[in-house]
Design a protein around this ligand. Structure first.
Ligand code: F6R
Length: 576
């Protein structure tokens, strides 16, 4: 949450910082701001809203320079106001920050009791600490401030006395130094800088001094470190909208490729070993992928498995140990609750495996073993291709490789092609409704959870997913004449059970939609039938989720919602 960027080059770089900020906007879009070194010192401009609001404020100012920092904010401490927007300034220091300085209030009382503060943020406390400890040596001031702060931070720092150096410091929040032909960047995500030549991670308690020609990373004692750069991903999946109106649609379309690459890159290794039990721990959509994984491990491998919400798991004092394989699922690899759950599992001696999309991220680095999904960078806040890539990993782990699995990318492609138009038309009807319900049993229930989350997070319509048999135990009272009820029916063994539940809501006036396979479709009664290729019941979540994603996308579009950046959300959730 929150994106930070900075650049130092041989020529003016405001344009590059703004371009980079747009690529980081997925991390938060409550407000945005920049600070730049000019001949008259450091100047900053901040605006509530997204980067275009900032660009409007910058238009006509001619503000530019060879060293600049930028920030896009997801508010944690302090309301969404201009005074709380970054960069923050104190004395000779200007700071952009991602993370939460947990002891900011205590530091404020201890060091600045009588000082006036411009903002309500923890970041201003960091800027004030830097200024307090500054005696002409910015590195020393950073070290002293880092020693006092607790919590997580990635800081981009300008010091008024150092027009040729961009400083950076990190602890628990991602921060990368990216070398490019046109200069050197610091960024929350390497994708914010075009054509990286070399990417280096600033790790916990380290800080860096970056110049136009190079950079040095130091440890907490001020010793210069020899750091090995991370591998720069070659041939990554497209980062633009690919001609679509939104990243989300471009990413939906990239799913066949994301799944194909993930399966190709997956090592042929026994990741499950002799585990007696498996826990799959994650948040949001990644948790929904875990629901599918758990079902598969139990159904096929007959290993007791259960998916758990990371924020619950971490406080549950879970009964786990050497024989419990704990699998952590995360697109970003940064999610605070998932990371804390991983650390807890390690403390308890459980073997850990993570399934992560961002190489070098905290979860990927800290787990015993890691499987990297190859979805490429995902920009839309609502995940699609990363979820699909996670499912592909579970098929390979639980079912093993098969002819059907190798044909899955093609089936996903067909599911998109055959449902796009139908879902667009259906969305017009769904957009006018108050409550939407997704129902299914077993794997169909697991994938319905994801479909429902997709719908509510981008369209803001109230949507709920229920185990089909459970609806009548209370929630059915919300079904009104015309309420869309979307039943997923891909397993012949339980088809008639879910269809009975669909008939129950039809009898109460619901508008019924069924997602099923081509083979099962004939004879199923519903107002609308959406068909997906026959890939077998175990792989079906990967094709069934496609019409759900498309319906959600087109419903949100019909309602004029901000699809790629839904309100109140951020792409990576680095707070509890
Ligand atoms: C929903 C969505 C979120 C994430 C969740 C976990 O579309 O994207 O629910 O799945 O915040 O994030 P990661 O996977 O980065 O740990």
């Amino acid at each position: 949450m929150c994106g930070i960027i900075g650049k130092i080059g041989k020529v003016n770089c405001m344009k590059d910082v703004l371009e980079g900020l747009k690529k980081l906007e997925y991390r938060g879009y409550d407000s945005a701001g920049v600070a730049v070194f000019t001949d008259e010192g450091v100047k900053r401009v901040r605006a509530v809203g997204n980067i275009s609001a900032l660009e409007e404020k910058l238009a006509g100012t001619n503000l530019d320079g060879r060293l600049a920092v930028g920030h896009s904010r997801w508010a944690t401490n302090g309301n969404v106001t201009e005074k709380n927007a970054h960069p923050h300034r104190a004395g000779r220091f200007t700071v952009v920050h991602n993370g939460i300085i947990e002891n900011a209030a205590a530091l404020k009382t201890a060091y600045f009791e009588n000082d006036a503060f411009e903002s309500d943020t923890d970041t201003e406390v960091a800027a004030k600490l830097l200024d307090k400890f500054y005696d002409g040596d910015a590195g020393r001031a950073i070290r002293q401030a880092q020693r006092l702060m607790t919590g997580s931070w990635a800081l981009g720092i300008l010091c008024d006395d150092c027009p040729g150096t961009l400083f950076a410091a990190a602890n628990g929040s991602p921060l990368l130094i990216v070398k490019t032909e046109s200069g050197n960047y610091i960024a929350s995500d390497a994708g914010a800088a075009p054509d990286p030549i070399e990417v280096t991670k600033v790790e916990n308690c380290e800080y860096a001094a970056v110049t136009a020609d190079g950079y040095t990373v130091y440890n907490e004692n001020g010793d210069a470190l020899q750091k090995a750069p991370l591998a720069v991903a070659a041939g990554a999946l497209s980062l633009d909208k690919g001609g679509y109106d939104h990243y989300m649609m471009s990413e939906i379309m990239q799913q066949p490729e994301a799944v194909r690459r993930t399966l190709e890159a997956l090592p042929d290794s026994d990741f499950i070993g002799d585990a007696k039990e498996i826990r799959l721990i994650a948040c949001g959509s990644a948790y929904h992928a875990g629901l599918v994984g758990a079902r598969l491990f139990e159904a096929v491998r007959r290993i007791p498995a259960r998916a758990e919400i990371a924020s619950e798991f971490r406080y549950a004092d879970p009964i786990i140990g050497r024989e419990t394989l704990c699998i952590f699922i995360s697109q970003s690899g940064e999610t605070a609750d998932t990371l804390a759950a991983l650390r807890l599992a390690k403390e308890k001696g459980a073997p850990t495996l993570s399934i992560v999309n961002v190489p070098g991220s905290a979860i990927a680095t800290e787990s015993d073993r890691v499987i990297l999904t190859q979805a490429g960078r995902e920009i839309a806040v609502a995940t699609t291709k990363a979820y699909s890539a996670q499912l592909a990993v579970f098929y390979a782990l639980a079912l093993g490789r098969s002819e059907a699995l190798s044909r899955l990318p093609e089936a996903i492609y067909t599911a998109i092609a055959e449902n796009d138009g139908k879902c667009r038309r259906l969305a017009e009807r769904i957009a006018g409704c108050r409550n939407i319900f997704f129902i299914g049993r077993q794997l169909d229930n697991a994938v319905s959870q994801e479909g429902s989350l997709k719908m509510k997070e981008i369209s803001y319509l109230n949507s709920q997913a229920y185990a089909a048999g459970e609806l009548k135990h209370g929630t059915i009272s919300l079904v009104e004449p015309g309420s869309p009820v979307i039943a997923t029916v891909t397993d012949p063994a339980i088809l008639s059970k879910t269809m009975s539940n669909l008939h129950e809501v039809k009898a109460r006036g619901a508008f019924t939609i069924v997602i099923t396979t081509r083979a099962l479709a004939p004879g199923l009664e519903a107002d609308v039938t959406l068909t997906v290729p026959d890939v077998g019941p175990m792989l079906a979540p990967s094709v069934a989720v496609i019409p759900m994603q498309l319906m959600s996308y087109y419903t949100a579009k019909a309602l004029g919602c901000e699809i790629d950046k839904p309100r109140n959300l951020a792409k990576s959730v680095t707070v509890e």
